[in-house]
Write a protein that binds this ligand. Structure first.
Ligand code: AMP
Ligand code: ZN
Length: 449
């Protein structure tokens, strides 16, 4: 299996640390509002990664976090906590907001038929571990204290700029206006924030004799250490995480344990609309509920996402989504056709599909192979379904005995040239969403839509 590794900027042959088992970590959502379809694209790509690993015979142990504290509105160290802001806006407690959006996220996760990670961890369940991690970084000389919190001193980690190819001097020049006097360097970041007297912050923990809460990046280093042990095999996220969030995770883990965090780093590109990234700040967002209102199922969207490459520049349009919906219907009808025929399994075909995915998750090529193969057996469709999680097989059920009887009745009517009766039966079946195709081998049924 070959994967593009952001750390080496090369396509590399994948080799797990331990034979047969792969440790994967996925940076999860910040649970303060409904995710948009761009967010879900990233989880769809990582679902494909996990399913491809499984198809290659690996056992996957994946952990994903839920950020329910510490992610500030600015994505930096200033501004309000996104959860606190969400709670104020909705007139709920932060805990209610987190619970609500975690449930909503998981409902969508299941509707998209995404494999659940082996463990899902809420940041607030790891605060004691975070404190121990900050203690370790401090003992190892990587932090300093300001009036505002405990900061990571990036100058202490010589490789800080390496992962993202950062130019720290430029960063400093760019940040001069906003970066506070107390910070030693522009890229330094909070691993723990203090709550000042009078400051509103419902989520608070005592540490170093005063109330505070964890910084955003520290939860991932901490959860990986607690649940998987570094280094892990594969770490995933969006490309926006490369220069700050993942760079900081690597620095923290080095400061805590002296170890690298992950051997392979996979990053997906953004989904755009009219060339602009789908983002709350841009306002060009659609949710899965918006798509449902226009008649598209979550799995239509999943298929649309999988038609492109995770590193590709993707432009979302409803026309494109409609084409994906038609492709899904076409595949369902191909499965329906196989249900009505004798079966021949073709392992060579499935090998080719898997080979496409083993080449850096090239699902677009795998889909072209499926479209260009005239006959695919039910067994092979079952394997395709496990590989992409498109729920195809489950969505195709053999029709009822009554409907089958109607089809043979119609064939008899046709043989007797009773066209009126034949048309009536066709109509009766169409009301049930079934259409009949007359082929040289007899009549077959297909889904109407
Ligand atoms: P967040 O909840 O903001 O931390 O985002 C969750 C995930 O969605 C992150 O991995 C982001 O990189 C990813 N993401 C955000 N916007 C987009 C987009 N327009 N297209 C694809 N992925 C995105
Ligand atoms: Zn993370």
């Amino acid at each position: 299996m070959k994967l593009y590794n952001t750390a080496s900027k090369k396509l590399e042959t994948f080799k797990p640390i331990s034979d047969g088992i792969v440790k994967v970590y996925t940076c999860g959502p910040t649970v303060y509002s409904s995710p948009h379809i761009g967010n879900f694209a990233s989880y769809i790509y990582w679902d494909l990664l996990v399913r491809t690993l499984i198809a290659n015979g690996y056992k996957v142990n994946r952990v994903m976090n839920m950020t329910d504290v510490g992610h500030l509105v600015s994505d930096g160290d200033d501004g309000e906590d996104k959860l606190e802001k969400g709670a104020r806006k909705e007139n709920k407690t932060v805990w209610e907001v987190a619970d609500y959006y975690i449930n909503e996220f998981m409902d969508s996760f299941h509707a998209l038929n995404l494999l659940e990670p082996e463990k899902i961890c809420r940041a607030t369940d790891y605060v004691e571990e975070v404190k121990a991690a900050v203690d370790a970084m401090t003992a190892n000389g990587f932090t300093y204290e300001t009036s505002d919190g405990i900061y990571f001193d990036v100058a202490k980690f010589p490789d800080y700029a390496k992962f993202a190819g950062l130019d720290l001097d430029k960063l400093k020049a760019g940040a001069r206006v906003e970066f506070s006097d107390e910070k030693h360097g522009a890229a330094d970041f909070a691993v723990w924030k203090f709550i000042k007297p009078g400051e509103k912050h419902a989520m608070r923990w005592d540490y170093l004799g005063r109330p505070g809460y964890p910084g955003w990046h520290i939860e991932c280093s901490t959860i990986i250490d607690a649940e998987l042990g570094e280094p892990i095999d594969i770490h995933t996220g969006g490309i926006d995480h490369i220069p700050v969030h993942h760079t900081n995770e690597i620095a923290q883990t080095y400061a805590i344990s002296g170890k690298p965090l992950a051997n392979y780093w996979l990053h997906c590109n953004f989904i755009n609309i009219d060339g602009e990234r789908i983002a709350k700040s841009t306002g060009n967002i659609y949710t899965l509920a918006d798509l449902a209102e226009r008649g598209f199922a979550p799995l239509d969207y999943k298929l649309w996402v999988l038609q492109g490459h995770y590193q590709g520049d993707r432009n979302f349009t409803f026309g494109g989504l409609d084409a994906a919906k038609n492709r899904r219907l076409n595949w369902r009808n191909r499965i329906a056709l196989e249900l009505q025929k004798p079966q021949k399994t073709n392992r060579e075909f499935f090998k080719k599909v898997l080979e496409a995915l083993d080449n850096n998750l090239n699902s677009a090529e795998a889909f072209a192979i499926i479209d260009n193969t005239a006959e695919i057996s039910l067994d092979d469709w079952r394997d395709i379904d496990s590989l992409f999680g498109l729920g195809l097989i489950d969505s195709v059920q053999d029709i009822s005995k009554e409907d089958k009887a109607l089809i043979s009745e119609r064939e008899k009517a046709r043989a007797a040239k009773d066209w009126a009766k034949s048309d009536d039966i066709r109509h009766e079946l169409e009301i049930k969403g079934i259409t009949i195709k007359d082929t040289p081998d007899g009549s077959i049924w297909q889904y109407l839509k």
